[in-house]
Write a protein that binds this ligand. Sequence first.
Ligand code: CA
Length: 381
Amino acid sequence: MRIRRVDVHVLKSPLAQPFAFSQGWVRQRSATLVEITTDDGLTGWGEAFAQGLEPPEIAAKAIEVALTPLLLGEDPRAVEVLWHRMYHATRDYGRKGTIVSAISAVDIALWDIAGKAAGLPVHMLLGGAFRGSVEAYATGFYRISGQGESARLADEALQHHAAGFRHMKVKLGYGVADDIAVMEAIGDAIAGKPVRLMIDTNHAYGVADAVRLGRALERFDLRWYEEPVAPEDLDGYREIRARLSMPIAGGENEHTLYGFRDLLAARAVDVAQPDIGSAGGFTACRHIAALAQAHGVAVNPHVWGSAVAQAASLQLIAALPVANHSLFAAEPILEYDRSSHPFRRALITEPIEHVDGRVAIPTRPGLGIEIDRDVLARYRS
Ligand code: CA
């Protein structure tokens, strides 16, 4: 079996209602998808993480000009070999960021093909499913005006609860006083309901303000506090982790076994959050999961992409061991982006849906999805 074609699809759609996270305004949803076709007619799909401010064309170009020549004519099932080939060929200008996202997209597509060739879902190739379904958590609470939106955000919490979610992640980082007002309003709204909150500031603050916010929120029993400081500031992470009682999470902007080695060795996080579309695909997440296990750190993947990234993340989550085994160990939970996304659901023929806050792990071969080519064509730029 040989790789015959590598096609890249950039999808974009402007948002009727732009929204903000702490780093800026998101005005369009986009995706960089890769489609790899073999000489015997199998097709694999992958996706590069495109965060809200990231032009999807960067990963697309990297796949086209830097990675495709390394892939054509090769056996797509040699996932480890091809990962190292791509990483080594781009090391001197890559290692982090969009180049690794491009590698991630290709790697996901290769595993999709390997699964289809074997007649097995990817999680079986990774060693089997620790779980057949996963609890989803609602990611939302973005801003539409900026500050002073606590009443609307409290109402949003009630909507997530009514939809069946028992875990919710609140976007913060809009000023410590505004953040605290938002959390107080949400806390009042959900009082007495079986809801556990997480917070995510997207590294809006330095250590002093990050600690001040965390101390003000100690009473919320947060499942985690995500990206309190910039991803480069490992000392800052370690200091915050020492000064606050809640688990500290991070890693969506970290890449490969090398980046996570540094994060884990620094004792920077309680929860490592590789994004399969930017950390380096299944191959890198397999490396990262082993490293995290050796450090006693939980892996709880980040995902904020289209249905392809969601499907890949589900296969990865199925195959993740818990970091610290016990009868009632904390299981990983699936990030379920509730913000506006015109094509995320429609892109596959059977959308990934939660039922009462849980999502089943697909069991069909590969990623277990089929792309709707009409939708692909409609949003292709
Ligand atoms: Ca985040």
